[in-house]
Design a protein around this ligand. Structure first.
Ligand code: GUN
Length: 280
């Protein structure tokens, strides 16, 4: 029976520590969040980011736009936020409305305020093994979870399933920097089971509910579930068939309460770190 990795608890500890540091600051970190989407999940994510940043005493500002927003208006807002001394961190919630060019927007954010670590300068720094201004939030949260449970990474065989710019690719890079041997699998990968069966650590970030079955997991392996699917009846499930896989795995993250809270904790931590860097 696997040990359940309690992301909620680790995230709470990070936020408590952060709160005590922020309370000692005269000025407060400023986080700007841009929501240009009518995606329900994105709306919920942005609300919980707002709640957490208010609880920490951050000066957070949410910019919500309807479908009439233009690329030009968004570009202008990014320029204003880049120039605003009170804004230390900028987050553009993805995905954007289909008529907008997200990559152009991400590349216009000042890399020093790029709280998601999505700017090519920050992505490039990580790929060179250098410290970026900010690490991508979910990958950073996953590495913290593994470390909190003393799960060593050096020399471990890890498969990351899903090659998104938000999770799959950056977490593969971070784990490689931690000396893991990383396989990056995706929707075109052949015979996924023959790969996952051999792995010490499985990280699944596909959004395909219950993709990872018990017979795909080596006994004692660590299983990290980044996927989240909302069902019509309001329930949530991850990429992993949790009830069955927990009988085989050594460690497993639940959904909800695993990786999700760590993403927000990393975002709050990144905001604080960018604030400190800009006020040195
Ligand atoms: N959409 C899904 N996850 C994320 C994230 O971590 N950051 C941003 N900006 N958008 C997302």
């Amino acid at each position: 029976m696997a040990k359940i990795i309690d992301g909620k608890k680790i995230a709470r500890d990070i936020l408590l520590d952060l709160k005590s540091k922020v309370d000692k600051c005269d000025k407060k970190p400023g986080l700007a969040v841009i929501l240009a989407s009518d995606d329900d999940s994105s709306k919920l994510y942005v609300e919980s980011k707002e709640k957490k940043s208010l609880a920490l005493g951050y000066k957070s500002c949410i910019y919500r736009f309807d479908k009439s927003i233009t690329q030009g208006k968004l570009i202008q807002l990014i320029h204003e936020l880049n120039a605003d001394k009170g804004t230390n961190a900028i987050l553009v919630q993805l995905p954007l409305y289909k008529h907008l060019d997200a990559q152009q927007i991400l590349e216009l954010i000042d890399p020093r305020k790029d709280v998601d670590g999505f700017h090519p300068i920050n992505v490039g720094k990580v790929s060179c093994g250098l410290k970026p201004y900010a690490y991508c939030c979910t990958p950073k949260g996953i590495v913290k979870l593994l470390k909190a449970y003393n799960i060593s990474l050096a020399g471990k065989n890890v498969v990351v399933i899903g090659r998104s710019n938000i999770v799959g690719k950056p977490v593969a890079m971070l784990l490689s920097n931690e000396n893991a041997t990383v396989t990056l699998a995706h929707s075109k990968t052949k015979n996924l089971k023959s790969i996952t069966k051999e792995m010490d650590i499985i990280i699944s970030a596909t959004g395909q509910s219950k993709l990872i079955k018990a017979d795909m997991v080596k006994k004692g392996a660590v299983v990290i579930d980044v996927g989240i699917t909302r069902h019509y009846n309001g329930t949530l499930s991850g990429d992993v068939d949790f009830e069955k896989v927990k009988e085989v795995a050594g460690y497993i993250t639940p959904v909800p309460g695993g990786v999700g809270p760590m993403t927000i904790a990393s975002l709050m931590e990144n905001t604080y770190e960018l604030f400190l860097e800009q006020n040195k």
